[in-house]
Write a protein that binds this ligand. Sequence first.
Ligand code: NDP
Length: 445
Amino acid sequence: MDTIQEVLATVKRRNPGEPEFLQAVTEVLESIEPVIRSHKKYRDARILDRIVEPERQVVFRVCWLDDRGAVQINRGYRIQFNSAIGPYKGGLRFHPTVCPSILKFLGFEQVFKNSLTTLPMGGAKGGSDFDPKGKSDNEVMHFCQSFMTELFRHIGPDTDVPAGDIGVGGREIGYLFGQYKRLRNEFSGVLTGKGLNWGGSLIRPEATGYGVVYFAQEMLKTRGESIEGKVCTVSGSGNAAQYTVEKLNQLGAKVVTLSDSNGFVYDKDGINEEKLAWAMELKNVRRGRIKEYAEKFGAEYYENQRPWRVKCDCAFPCATQNEVGGEDARSLLGNGCYLVCEGANMPTEPAALEQFLAKKILYGPAKAANAGGVATSGLEMSQNSMRLAWSREEVDQRLHRIMTTIHGNASETAKEYGINGNLFAGANIAGFVKVADAMLDQGLV
Ligand code: NDP
């Protein structure tokens, strides 16, 4: 068995130029070191060397015609990382920055996140460097149809069930599903995040954001507090951010920021229900920029900046990876922020993570805090298999229970390993053990 540092050196050598993947692997492996040290069975079976290697990686060409009739070429990917505990499951991201490093980091994280949900789902991630921004509906449809014309042969309801992520919402899932159905001549639960009229689950659109807030509530409970009355900053203005704000409002918190890749808005009066509805229409229907919110409601707008210098009690990064740096963490902590709960995947850079852990603030790591999205995708799969639909209340209750269980599991595991309150390590260890044991049971595959 190689030591953790030796495994990391091998990952670095075998995956050159993939900083995000190396960052995710380093964070997980270093935090599960106590488990590896105390369990010879994992060392003998070289579980670490195996778990950092995706089971399968598919890369393909996607050609499509734009509205002018010109030929466009993009690259498509599906990284099927680990299927030890269930069919591969994880989102598709359409964004110009998509590359193997980003998809491998996301796929790797997904393995442990899915394990934490308590549902039988393996980990995967996929997507394309296609940018839906500025494209017509027609162009998005042509791209999705071409993308699925290759992807369909690698997925299936019992093999691999993709969902949405950045740049892939209800519209894209619809076009992808339509093309899969046409190619396979079957109506199945091959994708999640589907429309309600054709196999989708109630609460799936809300699930990531709602789950993030349920997780934050659990963290606050450990200090005898609740979210009511807290001033909160949220980054992003897409799916994860929108429903984080909605649930925070419902529970009596005051949200003062939203952002996109051009800048952030600061609304000191709070982004109430009515303003949020306007922002959702702006982002989901008109597909405009968050700057317009500031113009509409007289809020402040900060071009090319992130919202972490704004004074708050609780911060919810819900945009993208590495959006909270060391300086941002210093500002947050300096301004009295004592809860950070991650809606986005790996939004916190190592230099910020170190500070949050050292200060022992309430820190909800992404793979636990944002697992409500994939957990509800799992519930969508269950409903599809049973060919029935649960009510809004039923799905929401199940989501709430799952988030409470994930928090309890991460918290208990941290206690067991003598790192009380460190949900980062607790979640990594709990997620890892279940997958590692399944890999042992299934032999060398
Ligand atoms: P959306 O596409 O709906 O929204 C993404 C938001 O993040 C937009 O406001 C976008 O701004 C902003 N953003 C994207 N890239 C950057 C960047 N480089 N810098 C600043 N802002 C950026 O995606 P989601 O809300 O679904 O995803 C957001 C995060 O949540 C991601 O990390 C995703 O992996 C994670 N997540 C999502 C889940 C889901 O169910 N949707 C489940 C679990 C995690 P702009 O419009 O300018 O691009």
